[in-house]
Ligand binder design. Structure first.
Ligand code: HXC
Length: 522
């Protein structure tokens, strides 16, 4: 065969592979408001950086007439490329080929890029759009899923794993995204569930739709399975790019530092806006997100889980040009109380930051754990313990700012000095005590209050006792006297203090006792 003929043969195979399931199915994909596997890769990666692997792989199934139906690539496009100049490996399921369903050949392709990502210490990104296990392949397909799950676990805490759900993701297939670090979804075109609406109707007689049951809204606001939801695929893939650009590529790498030619937000910039933000009364809410944005570089926060457990805010920001993880109680929602969902949300985020060398900056304004039968019976004890555990085991730099309330167990849990935060700051407005004045006075002065009630002086006596309690405890000075707070800082100086503290911790080395692994209360 001449070189020209060889070239022709190769180009023809490449053309066929790039067509996936063919023009008709590509048209159907577009009509459903979805992009193709390759169009998605083009949006995700730096232009021209994609290198494809295994383009000519086909399935090996011969049941159900499958030997007659082969498509080059077998329903997934895999390879590597760059995002902001940094390498990532990825796979993108092609719904136009057998509905993107997972054959053993497809699983092998996915496993190959997962192995390469782990070996080379780069993020792995999976774009999912699949009808699940390739029905014609039976247990071979199930085995393929399990091979992926196993690799997800091996890679956990070593390289960032990102799942982008851009179509169906049902049955056991959901467990790969569930193990990964971040799940992105698109409104009205992606859904995830273990059993769909039809099965649910048969078993429990409940009526629901795919969107209601497992759409982006359900998972980013009710279940917490999804970390980010976007209105369309383009904005979603651009969100993935930004996140990847901000994260270390693996657990041995330091947080990325802004390059010299990127605009700088001055280290010593004052934050007077915080003074306007903090209300006169301690019982009035304000938005902790605004306080965070006022503090961090360029006011830019990548909020994770923004629609879920809104009483705690977690996300990535930059301070002095380097990425940090930020956690803040949110007084604008449930008064910033810690409940089950908030504890689990923040614990997982903290463990991510700890695994990937991202310092933790914590803003505290917490009246305590949320009281209630539902919380107690739902296991707030074990779930709250997850947050405590996550903070206590984290060995990355931990810097804490007590903005206002730090009451009870929540004071201990929210990166207090006692669980080894490196620098603990407090604003003069901080109140650090076992509980608020009303509850404390009711317990400490039950007899006096009863007597005052009998004499018709209840309100006067109660108010005097509360004032006295506040004078002693509703401030940060007792904690500062004991060295539990390193420095009382003015709110407008918080940015400078945080960056100085982060610089002081840059060479921090801390290890945990040798063990196989801890036993976090799951
Ligand atoms: C093989 C499949 C397939 C599958 C879809 N197709 N799912 N082929 N195995 N699992 C094929 C269809 O035959 C069709 O082929 C093409 O993909 C597009 O499918 P449509 O049904 O025409 O598309 P749509 O109407 O958009 O519906 C999409 C769908 C539906 C909702 C995903 O196809 C569906 O319900 N599929 C089955 C889903 C499922 O039950 N999977 C198994 C789940 S259990 P043609 O040739 O006509 O284009 C599972 C276990 C994993 O996955 C366990 C891991 C441990």
């Amino acid at each position: 065969m001449s070189y020209q003929d060889q070239l022709k043969e190769l180009l023809e195979k490449q053309r066929l592979a790039e067509k996936g399931g063919g023009d008709h199915r590509i048209q159907k994909q577009h009509e459903a408001g979805k992009l193709t596997a390759r169009e998605r890769i083009d949006l995700l990666l730096d232009p021209g950086s994609f290198v494809e692997l295994d383009q000519l792989v086909t399935h090996r199934c011969s049941d159900f007439g499958m030997e007659e139906k082969k498509f080059l690539g077998d329903g997934v496009v895999t390879g590597h490329g760059t995002i902001g100049g940094r390498r990532v490996f990825l796979y993108s399921q092609d719904f136009t080929v057998f509905g993107g369903s997972l054959s053993s050949a497809q699983a092998n392709k996915i496993c190959k890029v997962m192995d390469l990502a782990l070996k080379n210490g780069t993020p792995i990104i999976g774009l999912s759009d699949s009808g699940g296990a390739r029905i014609q392949e039976g247990v071979e397909s199930l085995g393929g899923y399990a091979e992926i799950f196993w690799r997800n676990v091996q890679s956990s805490g070593v390289i960032p794993q990102i799942s982008v759900i851009l179509g169906p993701c049902a049955g056991g297939a959901v467990y790969s995204p569930a193990i990964t670090d971040f799940v992105f979804m698109v409104e009205n075109s992606s859904y995830m569930f273990v059993t769909g609406p039809d099965v649910i109707k048969t078993v429990t007689h409940e009526e629901t739709t795919k969107e209601e049951l497992g759409g982006a809204e359900a998972h980013s606001e009710i279940s917490g399975v999804s970390h980010f939801a976007y209105p369309n695929e383009k904005s979603c893939l651009s969100g993935v790019r930004k996140l990847v650009e901000w994260l270390p590529a693996n657990n041995m790498e330091s947080p990325p530092q802004d390059s010299k030619d990127q605009p700088k937000d001055p280290v010593d910039r004052m934050c007077p806006g915080i003074l306007e933000l903090l209300p006169e009364s301690v019982n009035q809410p304000y938005d902790i997100r605004k306080l965070i944005e006022e503090t961090v570089d360029h006011g830019d926060l990548i909020e994770v889980h923004s629609g879920y457990a809104k009483n705690i805010v977690v996300g990535f920001a930059k301070l002095g040009g380097k990425t940090v993880g930020v956690v803040g109680n949110q007084p604008a929602h449930l008064a910033g109380c810690l409940d089950i969902d908030a504890s689990v949300k923040a614990a997982r985020f903290i463990r991510y930051c700890d695994a990937f060398n991202l310092p933790l900056v914590t803003f505290v304004d917490v009246p305590g754990f949320l009281p209630g039968i539902a919380q107690e019976h739902g296991g707030i004890i074990k779930h709250g313990a997850k947050l405590l555990y996550a903070y206590a085991e984290a060995t990355v730099p931990k810097i804490t700012v007590i903005v206002r309330k730090a009451y009870g167990g929540a004071y201990d849990v929210m990166a207090s000095k006692h669980i080894r935060a490196d620098f603990n700051f407090a604003f003069p407005s901080a109140e650090i005590a076992v509980m608020g004045s009303e509850g404390a006075v009711n317990i400490l002065y039950r007899g006096e209050l009863k007597e005052a009630q009998d004499n018709g002086k209840l309100e006067k006596v109660r108010s005097e006792l509360q004032e006295e309690y506040k004078r002693v405890f509703a401030n940060p000075y007792r904690a500062a006297e004991l060295g539990y707070i390193d420095e009382i800082i003015l709110p407008e100086q918080v940015r400078r203090s945080l960056i100085q503290a982060l610089m002081a911790c840059e060479t921090k080395r801390e290890t945990m006792p040798a063990r196989k692994h801890g036993n976090i209360p799951l």
